[in-house]
Design a protein around this ligand. Sequence first.
Ligand SMILES: *Cc1c(COP(=O)(O)O)cnc(C)c1O
Length: 353
Amino acid sequence: MAKASVRDGLRALEGYHSPQVDVRVRLNTNEAPVGPPDEFRRDLAAALDSIAWNRYPDRSASALRAAIARLHGVPASMIFVANGSNEVLQTILLTFAGPGRKVATFEPTYQLHAHIARITGATVVEGERAADFSLDPTEVDRVMVNERPDVVFLCSPNTPTGGVDDPALVEKVIAAAPGLVVIDEAYGQFSSWSAVELVREDSSVVVVRTFSKTWSMAAARLGYVIAPAWLVAELDKVVLPYHLDAVKQVAGTLAVEYVDAMNARVREIVSERDRLVSAMSVLDLDVFPSGANFVLFRPRSSSGRSVWQGLLDRSVLVRDCSGWPRLADCLRVTIGTSDENTAFLAALTEVVS
Ligand SMILES: *Cc1c(COP(=O)(O)O)cnc(C)c1O
């Protein structure tokens, strides 16, 4: 029997990889270093008891949407929730991208924006960030005017570079974009500003958030978008019915009650990030400014790959970006617990000295 052939355009794609190795200090995937509060775990265990297992879950996840809406002070009609922000991004792209449409990114940035866009059959236009990885206004103009993209992605703080986009430039992108502007704020809580207030009913701007990084809930796979209500209604048509299971709805609704604990953890990570950046700055490295829970750095006198290996030999795992386009020799470290960060610094100092 002949082997079935996949769709044109998918053949050249590679899957998303994030290799895991068994180590003592794991600082490679930008997760929160500790789990949610104990009270949350207790409340969740009790709440699970009341799930009607024989019934489909609330299709519109109304309690969860309302809880997230309260958090941001917007109407629940402006919130769409899905299985991780990756499913949010996929739903947005199924709705606004697809064959014959253009999606613009400013590289280097989160790989899945372009990857999911290509899976929908859209053409990806890769704009370039400046040498310091900031948005370049001339390049923004070129992409908007020459390419007229249907969807534009921004990511602030950007990954894997860590920088926060200049609010004036983000507004410039929004003013110039002929279509939808998606601002991925997976690391928004660690940043000095948020684009949430730029989302308005008469605009085509949406802000995507996740529970994976700040809420210590990567295991739950929960993300959302703050968007004009008309746009949320379109996403609701596209996503599969009952895509959000009852357990996740309960877990997310409970989690936002612990917003103070979440904010305290964010403050702790930001202060650890500042400690790490100043300690790294005296080493033989280029350290890129970060508004996120990770730091991108580039060894000056050895290859990124050899430093990555040196760290791994000391049982410290960071993300090896050194082979990625535009990121030669760069490595990315996630901010961990204070002890993990200290272990990372000790290992790094040995490796680059
Ligand atoms: C981690 C990350 C995501 C994915 O989040 P999930 O909610 O876990 O799917 C989305 N965007 C960016 C920029 C990320 O870094």
